[in-house]
Design a protein around this ligand. Structure first.
Ligand code: HEM
Ligand code: HEM
Length: 221
């Protein structure tokens, strides 16, 4: 056995993004689709859409419907390509908060469109998806049941808005207060700043060499 410190492999330093391009695309696509759903929902529920009311209904139902397969696809992809865990210096309580928020958002991303779909079916209204095709009804017509479900849809809408606000606030806090890489992991995929050299092979070699010198260990060639 040798005491020499081998240079770290390229895979540790550079090859693994925290989030792959696919994971990032699915995340930002979901964000762009879901965020306008909340104000659009409030406008249609309060009959404030004027001449656009019917189009806004169609848009709201269509976007909601496509969020279900996007989220299912995202969860399948995540299972096969799990993201890297958060940096070690993130406190345990923040890790827990992130986990609860992320899984809460995933759950609401599936639950909310399903509740909207069942409520609309129970109301007896058709659900056209971008004018391409009609979704099958998930319930027989029952107006009282529909009202109850739309009440639930409103509550889940409020919960989604609160959770998304906490989530976005946390991303801003990490970036501007803690000044760590959490937000950038979801933008560039990289878990370290390339300008600092951190995370590159050269930087990792330098750190390994410094550790070896400190310990008086001969360097591997
Ligand atoms: C994640 C996706 C969705 C979000 C975040 C969302 C959010 C909301 C919100 C916040 C409201 C306003 C509730 C209120 O103030 O009473 C609303 C209303 C509504 N949503 Fe959704 N929704 C989603 C998906 C869907 C889907 C898939 C459908 C149907 C297929 C749907 C059908 C409706 C309808 C018809 C209303 C108006 C209810 C009324 O007129 O009282 N939503 N939605
Ligand atoms: C401006 C808006 C947003 C920003 C800046 C943002 C930022 C981020 C960041 C930085 C992460 C990675 C956290 C980590 O590394 O652990 C993340 C993950 C995540 N975001 Fe967002 N986000 C936004 C909007 C949303 C919205 C609207 C949703 C859904 C309603 C959402 C759902 C998620 C989920 C589920 C994850 C966990 C990904 C995973 O590890 O499986 N995000 N977001």
């Amino acid at each position: 056995m040798t005491d020499a410190v081998a240079p770290p492999s390229r895979t540790i330093a550079t090859a693994n993004p925290a989030y792959t391009m696919t994971a990032r695309t699915l995340h930002w696509l979901t964000a762009v689709l879901i965020l306008p759903m909340i104000p659009i929902g409030v406008v249609i529920a309060n009959d404030q859409g004027g001449p656009l009311q019917e189009s806004l209904y169609d848009l709201h139902r269509s976007v909601g419907a496509v969020l279900i397969p996007i989220t299912v696809l995202r969860l399948i992809y995540r299972r096969r390509n799990p993201p890297l865990s958060l940096p070690d210096d993130i406190p345990a309580i923040q890790r827990l908060a992130a986990k609860v928020t992320h899984w809460g958002l995933y759950a609401l991303l599936i639950l909310q469109p399903l509740v909207g779909w069942i409520a609309t079916s129970a109301h007896g209204a058709p659900i056209m998806v971008f004018g391409w095709f009609e979704l099958p009804p998930l319930s027989a017509e029952d107006h009282a049941f529909s009202e109850q479900l739309f009440w639930l849809h409103r509550l889940i809408g409020i919960a989604t808005a609160c959770l998304a606000a906490a989530h976005i606030g946390a991303a801003v806090y990490h970036h501007f207060v803690r000044r760590d890489r959490v937000l950038m992991r979801m933008i560039t995929g990289r878990r370290s700043n390339p300008r600092s050299g951190e995370g590159t092979l050269a930087h990792a070699k330098k750190r390994a060499a410094a550790t070896a010198i400190q310990r008086g260990i001969p360097l591997a060639r």
